[in-house]
Write a protein that binds this ligand. Structure first.
Ligand code: SF4
Ligand code: MG
Length: 330
């Protein structure tokens, strides 16, 4: 399997200005030294509570915000070395779908204009074929050709998300970053859009980075899943292994809050104490220690790194000092 995207030691520290000289007095450590790869054709999901750094990671890859440090290699190209205009051209291969399609669709443009403009920016399709292609794309995402001259406000939320998907597809990208792309939709509409994305992935050989706060939502779409907490990756595994054999106490807590479809499977709900601490001064040692039911003195002093243990299959890594002990107790 070929890596399409390689993220190495990515940090995103946003300065906080203060004092009467407006100097930088501190930093929000939104993403704090994370590394991962995305393989061609897979769906890698990044999951965690709001503020864990998942959207920041997506924005850094797209260079919507310039990362503080680290390396991002996409399809053999060092993205951070590209000029602004080279990066704009690269966006042909790297598209994004946001949570609120309404905010990212120009209300004064018809669907045809929106799609044709996206193609024009990237010079993606010959000028005289763009309208025909727009109609084709609309049908591909499950809308009708005769809706092409309507405005975004004439569509429902789910339909608008389909327009956002059509726009992303219009330039024939390799990777699509879906940032909470279905979070605002009703559950039934959510399922329809997820099914559509799965279908399009096969049809267009797409790779997805799927960002969501809910493990339940990413369950069916993911091949692998990353769990983030306070700017760090705490666990990474293929979906089956993560759901059936979670290693990190935070992942276990997230999983315990998803309703099980099978009432026979009894699940103990793990309630975490307290709120997520501030990413300005994250806790020393393991960042999760203030909320972890298994925390020890070691956890307060030493930050655990991602590691593989005999408890899990190859490629399943978690960052916790006490994986073995916790597994033995349960
Ligand atoms: Fe909990 Fe300690 Fe593991 Fe962190 S390292 S998750 S505090 S047991
Ligand atoms: Mg977000």
């Amino acid at each position: 399997q070929k890596e399409l995207l390689k993220v190495n030691n990515l940090k995103q520290h946003f300065p906080i200005k203060g004092g009467f000289l407006g100097r930088t007095v501190n930093h929000v450590k939104a993403v704090d030294d994370i590394s991962f790869d995305i393989f061609e054709g897979e769906t890698l999901s990044v999951v965690g509570e709001s503020g864990c750094g998942k959207s920041t990671t997506g924005r850094a890859i797209l260079r919507l915000d310039e990362p503080t440090s680290g390396a991002i290699e996409f399809d053999g190209v060092d993205l951070l070395s590209l000029s602004k205009s080279e990066m704009r051209k690269k966006r042909k291969d790297l598209q994004v779908i946001f949570q609120d399609p309404y905010a990212s669709l120009n209300p004064r443009q018809t669907v045809a204009q929106i799609l044709i403009e996206a193609m024009a920016i990237q010079n993606a399709v010959p000028t005289d074929q763009r309208r025909a292609r727009a109609i084709e794309l609309l049908e591909t995402v499950g809308l009708n050709a005769d809706q092409i001259d309507r405005y975004p406000h004439e569509f429902s939320g789910g339909q608008r998300q389909r327009i956002g998907i059509a726009r992303a597809l219009s330039v024939d990208p390799k990777l699509i970053i879906c940032d909470e792309a279905v979070s605002a939709l009703d559950v039934s509409v959510q399922a329809q859009v997820l099914n559509l994305l799965k279908k399009l992935q096969k049809e267009f050989k797409l790779t997805f980075l799927f960002i969501a706060h809910d493990l339940g939502v990413v369950r069916h779409i993911s091949d692998r899943i990353i769990v983030m907490y306070l700017g760090k990756i705490v666990e990474i595994a293929d979906k089956k292994s993560l759901f059936e054999n979670p290693q990190h106490p935070y992942t276990k807590a997230l999983l315990s809050s998803i309703p099980t479809p099978d009432p026979e499977v009894k699940k103990e709900r793990i309630i975490l104490k307290g709120d997520v601490p501030s990413p300005i001064n994250p806790p020393q040692g393991c960042r999760f220690h203030t909320r972890c039911p298994f925390a020890t003195e070691l956890c307060k002093k030493e930050a655990p790194t991602l590691r593989h243990t005999d408890n899990a299959v190859e490629g399943h890594h978690a960052a916790c000092h006490h994986i073995e002990k916790i597994a033995a107790e349960q």
